[in-house]
Write a protein of this length. Structure first.
Ligand code: RAT
Ligand code: ZN
Length: 435
């Protein structure tokens, strides 16, 4: 025992600042993560899996940044092949400019973790490295480097490429879990109604008659096939509840009854303004301050349904924390998309710890390309470690030192346990006996 610790029943208490911070960093750096929202796919989905340097560089976050510094028109960029686009992004953001933005630094973190040149003039070495990798062992290595035990996908029941896998006989890699994405049904009811009619479901555009029952029948089939951990939707900044639109009817008459019947949580991702600049394609979405009250009303009216919620606007974060204090069926999660930057992650996480203790999900990666797991989690772990250490230091000043076991318990809760409990997943086997 060093002078920095005093013994207690839960292990030594960390009473010295530097030792406390060192241990917090170690624990948070190693805590296994249940990544509860990504756009990755299990290996069985074949071509839907994105990996490698060209995919990393053409990530829509970096495409938007490239247009700010490169002399290229939208038309000529979109006419380029993927590797030409990647070359342009690399030259613009990594060679001609310093890659200090979060998304650009992310690529540096990934290259560095594989021992590749982070300041190369071109992509020859990186391309050769990724070409040589065996897909299965590379997946294992990436999950290991990222410290991710479980990955939740985003699964669209209307996507024909996904459907072929779900409808096949084979199972899905056990490290991957489904999330049933409802954007089609809730944000494009007319298009979805037509797609359902084409599949033989008796629905109409006015959401009347048999429609609700038929959409529930469609969802029941997909829930049976996918076994999702939750249903999810991204919503615009002007989302309201109640509202006199098809979306609200489908939420009330289809989604909420389905959530109750299948004990499935409903994840609300609120505040995206799709297609603010359509010429940027997937990079063209923006953000707007949304109404947290709409989510509060859903929680109040549906006490038996568990909601997950994340808001895209920084301005909504404090209100979301206050709402979560009022509604035990509301679990805030992650620092989404434009908020996934160290300065904002730290601010939001501090706010959440101060208002909610450790009763939230600290982060999700939103990774679209496999290797992004490495940087998204490395960077987020750093933020959480700093913020947690600050909280423990303040606690120490107030007269209560934490033990390493307590730090481990908190990190496990924030990265894994809160989400697992919400979606009814058993704790990981090795830690079961510890709880
Ligand atoms: O973060 C992203 O990659 C966004 O494009 C969106 O996919 C967002 O996360 C979403 O799930 O709608
Ligand atoms: Zn996403």
């Amino acid at each position: 025992m060093t002078s920095s610790v005093i013994e207690s029943r839960g292990g030594p208490r960390l009473t010295e600042r530097e030792e406390l911070r060192r241990q917090v960093s170690e624990v948070v750096g190693a805590a296994p993560v249940f990544d509860m929202h990504t756009h990755l796919f299990a290996p069985e989905f074949g071509g839907l899996n994105l990996s490698g340097i060209d995919e990393l560089l053409t990530y829509h976050y970096l495409v938007a940044e490239t247009f700010r510094s490169a002399e290229v028109s939208y038309e000529s960029f979109w006419r380029m092949s993927k590797s030409e686009q990647a070359d342009l992004v690399w030259r613009t953001l990594f060679v001609e400019h310093t890659p200090v933005s979060e998304a650009a630094r992310g690529v540096v973190t990934v290259l560095d973790s594989f021992g590749l040149d982070t300041a190369a003039e071109d992509l020859k070495e990186a391309r050769a490295f990724f070409r040589e990798q065996d897909a299965a062992s590379h997946l294992g290595r990436v999950l290991e480097l990222a410290g991710v035990s479980d990955v939740v996908m985003t699964n669209d029941p209307f996507d024909a490429r996904e459907a072929r896998v779900w409808e096949g006989d084979g199972g899905i890699d056990r490290r991957f879990h489904a999330a049933l994405r409802m954007d089609g049904l809730l944000n494009d009811w007319e298009g979805s109604a037509a797609a359902l009619q084409a599949r033989g479901y008796e629905v109409d555009r006015g959401v009347s008659g048999k429609t609700a029952g038929e959409v529930r029948r469609f969802l029941d089939v997909w829930i049976e096939r996918m076994r999702p951990l939750y249903m999810a939707v991204s919503l615009p900044d002007d989302f309201e509840h109640p509202a006199a639109d098809a979306r609200d009817r489908v939420i009330r008459e289809v989604v909420l009854p389905t959530a109750r019947a299948h004990h499935l949580p409903f994840a609300l991702m609120v505040g995206v303004r799709r297609g603010v600049n359509p010429a940027l394609r997937a990079a063209g979405d923006g953000v707007g301050r949304a109404s947290v009250r709409a989510v509060e009303r859903l929680c109040a009216e549906n006490a038996g349904v568990r909601f997950l919620a994340t808001f895209l606007s920084r301005e909504n974060q404090h209100e979301l924390c206050v709402s979560a204090r009022k509604f035990p069926n509301l679990l805030p999660f992650g620092c989404w998309w434009f908020l996934n930057n160290p300065s904002i992650i730290k601010e939001i996480t501090r706010e959440r710890l101060e208002l909610l203790g450790t009763s939230f999900v600290a982060q999700h990666s939103d990774a679209r390309v496999l290797e992004q797991l490495i940087y998204k989690w490395k960077h987020s772990r750093r933020c959480l470690a700093d913020v947690l250490a600050d909280s423990y230091e303040r606690l120490l000043e107030s007269g209560r030192a934490v033990t390493r076991a307590e730090v481990e318990r908190d990190a496990a809760r924030l990265f894994d346990g809160n989400f697992r409990a919400w979606v009814g997943q058993a704790p990981p086997a090795e830690s079961r006996s510890n709880r």
